[in-house]
Design a binder for this molecule. Structure first.
Ligand SMILES: C[S@@+](CC[C@H](N)C(=O)[O-])C[C@H]1O[C@@H](n2cnc3c(N)ncnc32)[C@H](O)[C@@H]1O
Length: 398
């Protein structure tokens, strides 16, 4: 590393265990020590050093920049993992970092679980909905909670059928690791804490990439990858464009309104999105659930007729309407308030109205007619073109 700071700043991670020799040495030389009260209390700080309680990050960093001599910042766990190192570097300081064990590693260790397949999610300083959506869609997740958010997040995960654990005050005398009790007093979880969420489908194969695997190995899967009825399925070529326009991924909520076989919903879930498939027909709902299980993903199936069935759903980042009339699309946009909408239409007469509806809701409408002709073998071994029905794909982003 060629980077150098003029002043020595050491960021020391704390996990409740004894301070290492290197950390004790840095503390012994420090003129300023910045940290949360609990970390300042526990660290061997020389009497001459100024102690600065870390209450507001910006103020603490100002103090760090102004401090005259060697300084130490105390932080929880591994300060380079969802910690203070990024903020310190943003102030032009290249710190020495002495990490401790991350609270995430500790939480999984306390449960005796491996975690290279876990998503690690932060609900700090942002809408916790994103962390919740990612945890709902993934079989194993840890959530770094913001103070006071654990009860709501834990309850939502329990309602969705996840097994949930809470790890409070790890490495302290108040440490508690227990199954999350949704019925307990919401004020109960002690901060800081971590939620661990486990789904039914744990994968046991060895991993080479931690967390989410990124895009699936393929998409726009053939129709026969999904059980479906009477060819009521979005065709692969059309699905490819719809997926591209919806932009699924971990932490994104997507509604598939009138989901049919669930092919679009399931493909979005394969990218890691939390998908809610809304479907009026009970047999189709069962088909969606079984198709999702075949593909090893979780899709929340909402049985009911839109627009009534949409009323209690959480907002979405994107919605797909593979059928349905303008009233349904209008209601879906009003409820979901999505950034992206994609619609497929067979009827020419509905194109202008859909464009007008998207415009009225503040989207820039766009669209294309897709008319795919697939290669198909002839008895003599030659290839012919077999035409699929033309479909309009319309979309709007805002
Ligand atoms: C800003 S993150 C810092 C994570 C830290 N860098 C690490 O590796 O543990 C703060 C969050 O970590 C979790 N956390 C930190 N210390 C903890 C502890 N002792 N017990 C349980 N959770 C802890 C909590 O979710 C807390 O809200």
């Amino acid at each position: 590393m060629s980077e150098k700071s003029e002043k020595t700043v050491t960021v020391i991670g704390c996990d409740g265990r004894h301070v290492s020799t290197d950390a004790a040495k840095a503390l012994g030389l420090a003129r300023t020590v910045i940290g949360a009260p609990r970390h300042l209390e526990a660290a061997p700080i020389p009497p001459g050093a100024e102690r600065v309680e870390l209450r507001h990050l910006d103020e603490a960093l100002n103090t760090l920049v102004r401090s005259p001599g060697p300084a130490v910042v105390l932080a929880s766990g591994d300060p380079g993992f969802f910690g203070i190192v990024r903020a310190v570097r943003a102030r032009g300081i290249v710190p020495a970092v002495i990490p401790a064990v991350s609270s995430v590693a500790l939480a999984f260790a306390r449960l005796g679980l491996d975690w290279d397949d876990a998503l690690v999610l932060s609900a700090h300083g942002r809408d916790p909905g994103q962390a919740l959506a990612a945890a709902l869609a993934h079989p194993k997740a840890a959530i770094l909670t913001a103070p006071g958010t654990a009860a709501t997040l834990g309850a939502a995960l329990r309602v969705a059928g996840k097994q949930v654990y809470i790890a409070e005050c790890l490495g302290t005398s108040q440490e508690r690791v227990a199954a999350f009790d949704a019925a307990a007093d919401p004020a109960d979880p002690a901060d800081p804490n971590i939620l661990i969420s486990l789904g039914e489908q744990q994968r046991n194969e060895p991993r080479w990439l931690a967390g989410h695997q990124g895009a699936p190995p393929g998409w726009a899967l053939p129709e026969d990858a999904f059980a479906h009825r009477d060819s009521m399925i979005t065709k692969a070529e059309v699905r490819a464009l719809v997926l591209a326009r919806l932009g699924p991924g971990p932490g994104r909520v997507i509604w598939d309104v009138g989901a049919g076989s669930g092919s679009v919903a399931i493909e979005c879930a394969r990218f890691g999105a939390h998908v809610i498939a809304i479907e009026a027909d009970q047999a189709q709902c069962e088909r969606i659930a079984s198709n999702a299980a075949t593909h090893g993903v979780r899709v929340q199936v909402k049985h009911g007729r839109a627009p009534e069935a949409l009323a209690d759903l959480p907002p979405a980042d994107a919605i797909f309407a593979g059928g349905g009339d303008h009233a349904v699309l209008d209601a879906a946009i009003r409820h979901a308030r999505p950034g992206k909408v994609a619609v497929t239409l067979a009827a020419v007469s509905r194109v202008a109205g859909t464009a007008a509806l998207l415009t009225a809701h503040g989207y820039r409408p766009d669209g294309v007619q897709l008319h795919a002709s697939r290669l198909s073998p002839l008895p003599n071994g030659q290839l012919r073109l077999a035409a699929e029905n033309p479909v309009f794909v319309m979309w709007g982003h805002r």
